[in-house]
Design a protein. Sequence first.
Length: 335
Amino acid sequence: MNHDEHNPEAIQKLFIVKLFAALGIIFTFLFGLLCLFEKNTILSLFSLGTSTVLLLNYYLMTRQEKYSIGTHVIVYLFMFLFFYLVYSGGVANTGSLWMYTFPALALSLHGLKHGLVDIAIFIFALLVIFYFGNDQFIEASYTEAYKIHLILSFLMVTLLSALYEYSRIQSLNYMGQLNSELVKNAKDEQLSQLSKQRGLYEELEVLYTHAKENNEKLCIVLCDIDYMHDIFSRFGKEVGNMVIDEITKEIEKSLKNSEGIVRWSGEEFLIILPTTPYADAILYANALEKRIQNYKIKYDGKIMPVSLTTGVAESENIKSIYRLIRQADSKMYNI
């Protein structure tokens, strides 16, 4: 398993890629059977072949837990499938309609910039198919009006999909900025512990309100470092603080830009996961516990056993940030 196995962004991206691959397998297989029933042998073989390649791609992604190559396979395989559907007309000359799914596919899997490049290539190829070579690049028959409307409506779908992806990225960046301010406030050693928590509550309230107003997911993970009382008692304050610092750095490595971690109290930490579904937050918390358990801290030639207990809460159906934190605290030993 690769080094990104505990990274929540990598976990979420791998899940999305696998989801697209699974849907692609089902779609192309059923479409291939439909074409076979319609006695369109070539299109049937093309669709069933695509389904087979997607199935193999899904198997390799599952085995290796990597999505980079698998993402390219899915996007470009569907690009060629849609080219062929436009070229051949598909079933009852409706094949070109499937290409409207390509903008969402490319932007979701390849991101805004790379996805727009893919779409630009797709549009250029469409223009070549429609208007160059005296129809030698196309088998189906389309009216001039249909071609124009098809391309214009495809551009509209692309624009809407790109605007959505852009707004999603901007929202993540905004949440990341708020988290940075939250972390900065938490590190201000001149504040008393009570003032710190009061300031943190205010910053968290901003994140909570933003998520509610934009109908976005917001999860928090409350973490407690186990056995810290024994470590402080046996090794002293200096070693105890060193252990806390080491674990903090290790937790920070598992976070993406839009997420943040703050020292909540003593050996407790609060991790903020914007736009993260509850199921993904649970996966992240479990992976984090395993990551810390496998992390080795050495002192005086000996390995100090460390572990983490986590509690996860989501903002949905929670009326205040105070209740959200209390829920995470109550789930600390029931995750």
